[in-house]
Structure formats: structure tokens, C-alpha cells
Design a protein around this ligand. Structure first.
Ligand code: FES
Length: 122
């Protein structure tokens, strides 16, 4: 799939699925400074996962970024709203609740905690 890059290695890296993948409780997922305050970031988790982290001050929540409609990875929040780029469902970044469809359910929260300057799986 990497075409000419096969000679020098694939620049795209491993495929990541939304969710924690093979990561386990206690595993570091990001530094607090990696998550913009008042917004959020998509971060790789472990060897094969990906989470959406949302930060408000020292508080961080994590969501599986797979849109409940058809599975597209949603965007980090902008202007206080998480939006799916495929069909424009929107979600509340403070809870993951659906604000507008076509998604009928909210984002699934993944338990995390802030330990010092790190965000880790709870
Ligand atoms: S896949 Fe997200 S709204 Fe359709």
C-alpha cells in the first residue's frame, strides 16, 4: 500500500482503530500539555488504538472517536462542539452526548485519569 515508499519504509505507520486497542489500564496515553485546554486532540493509544481526549483545565475526558452512526473518526472539538466529518453529526465535548444527528447515540466514554502531567487509562 505504500508504493515507492516500500524501499525506505512506510511513512504512514501502523493502522490504528478507534478505541483503546491492546492498551491496558495504567498505560500513558498523552501528556496533559498535548491536549489543548478548551479543546482536544486525537491521540494514538498503545500499539493500535486511538482516542479523542477533551480537556477543560486540569480535567481530561476520553472518548472512543468512532462516530456511532457509521464509524468515521470524529474531529476534536472546535467552538465547543465535536463534529463528525462524514454526515455532520455533532456531540457535546463535556459528555459525548449527541447534539444533532444522524447519529442517535453519543460517543462512548473511556475512563482516564490525570496523574501529574500525564493522562493514563484508568
Ligand atoms: S458517520 Fe458520523 S454522522 Fe455519519
Amino acid at each position: 500500500m505504500c508504493g515507492l515508499l516500500a524501499l525506505t519504509g512506510c511513512a504512514a505507520g501502523p493502522t490504528r482503530a478507534p478505541g483503546v486497542g491492546s492498551a491496558r489500564a495504567g498505560e500513558r496515553v498523552a501528556g496533559l500539555a498535548d491536549v489543548p485546554d478548551g479543546s482536544g486532540a486525537l491521540v494514538p493509544v498503545g500499539a493500535d488504538g486511538q482516542l479523542l481526549l477533551v480537556r477543560s483545565g486540569a480535567s481530561v475526558r476520553a472518548f472512543n472517536p468512532a462516530c456511532p452512526h457509521q464509524g468515521t473518526v470524529v474531529n476534536p472539538p472546535t467552538a465547543g462542539v465535536i463534529t463528525c466529518p462524514t454526515h455532520r453529526s455533532t456531540f457535546d465535548p463535556s459528555s459525548g452526548a449527541v447534539l444533532s444527528g444522524p447519529a442517535e447515540k453519543g460517543l462512548r466514554e473511556v475512563p482516564v485519569r490525570v496523574t501529574g502531567q500525564d493522562v493514563v487509562l484508568a
